[in-house]
Design a binder for this molecule. Sequence first.
Ligand code: NOJ
Length: 571
Amino acid sequence: MAAPGASRSASDNEAWWKSAVVYQIYVRSFADTDGDGIGDLPGIVEHLDYLQELGIDVIWLSPVYRSPQEDNGYDVSDYRDVDPLFGTLEDLDRLLAAVHLRGMRLIMDLVVNHTSSQHPWFLASRCSRESATSEWYFWRDARPGTVPGEPGSEPNNWGASFGGSAWEWVPERGQYYLHLFAPSQPDLNWDNPDTREAVFTMMDWWLDRGIDGFRMDVINFISKDPLLPDAPLNRDGYGDGMPYFSHGPQIHAYLAEMKRRVFDPRPGTYLTVGEMPGVTPEQARELTDQEHGHLNMVFQYEHVALDADGDKWTRRPMSVNDLRDTLARWQTALGDTGWNSLYWNNHDQPRVVSRYGNDTTYWRESATALATVLHLHRGTPYVYQGEEIGMTNAGFAGIDDFRDIESLDHYRTAVGTHREDPSVALDALRRQSRDNARTPMQWSAAPGAGFTTGSPWIGVNPNHSWLNVATQRGVRTSIYEFYRALIALRHRLPVVVDGSFAAIETGRDQIYAFRRHLGNAALTVYANLSDLPVSVDRDDRVDRDLVLANYPGSRRDPDRLEPWEVRVYLR
Ligand code: NOJ
């Protein structure tokens, strides 16, 4: 089928995704045009000029497929339709055409480690062992010597990401099925060739429609150790099966098959980015090896786990040393063999300015410093909606303000099962909940933040009265205009895209400094990632022209960096 915008040109054969800046749209929180309080596809069309002005090359849409929405669309019941909450397939075609008209591209979220329990594949599979999709999921008998269906008789001891056992009993089949996430998200069995073919055919269908690639949800979980063994217990008393379901024995085979079967036969180049919790730099280098790898890039998690002590709800202070070391280690490890994806934020992470920055005294300074460090690394940067205006954590008042399945489960387990003080559990949620990222995009100071004229599905952050697009657009000193300048720098200077990376040792704990080299060009970044001023020795032979800074010239001392000051020099 030749859908609008399906044509691809010869220039598409280049690795265009290397110089691209990607913008993630969490559709339900971006822009609502029909007043139901939930963002929709026509809402995105209305803001394409904004994204173009910002300098965005690629839009990543969080899942808009038909879904019971138990995990906000990461539970798909029909891969080939749009959920009526967000619009129609025709709306999506219109959006795609409008994106392409502006010379931008669009990638979709591919959620194929699991489906919704309402997907017809699963509905048939759960009914009978004779059905065509009987083997498309992980079905197992109860543990030998136990009473099937009773607690303790699960096939293994693994816990699920959103609480409880990773197994659910189905009396009709007399077996358990595996769900690494919620019970409504059964894991697909990729070891079955028919399952893989069905996924690949579905990917073909979307690529034929004209989309430009996929962000692949927890794609390093698709190959599991076939023995599904018990695992050492975690704090909740369940086994942590990660070593057995992450980066399993067939991961290379399945991703190589996907590339061979889906992407290689097509003219042009697509963006493929795999979300991979727990991936190591060595694995990432192999997976993204520009000659032999299977994906363009992966999302790693190390730099967004530096404030977590064991689990994400238990806090430990993040040290700048750790952050710097982690970032630099990934830059060096992937080198010029693999390719990094660069991100601070997405729909699963609290807002970075509240988390690693300072969202009060140094709100503007820390948001711009963190942005600079990220965007001037080697790799493809991702901007999550609202990050470009410095949106902060939500400051939720009570448990009723939260919507996220993971957050609500944590509260239930912490308070209900572990008898934790509710205020302690709430504090953890306020800090780490995914809902921090999901409050509506702040377009203006209007009552619904310009996001909706109705009642929003999740509360609007009260700070939208001053923190919004309208107050920043066109204002030279705003975070938004800083992002524009940063993105323009990438588009203008080849050294930002292709330059090598080397960390600079300054002898100061608060400073992260690094240099990028390409031919004679050298780009140097000095960033003070702290609330205190610090002295700095620069190299005047290399640090010639100041091309970007987040403090005005009048406050710039050559030998000292102010709190969260960042400077970028070019030779
Ligand atoms: C990762 C997604 O980003 C997250 O939002 C989702 O809950 C899980 N995968 C399960 O699909």
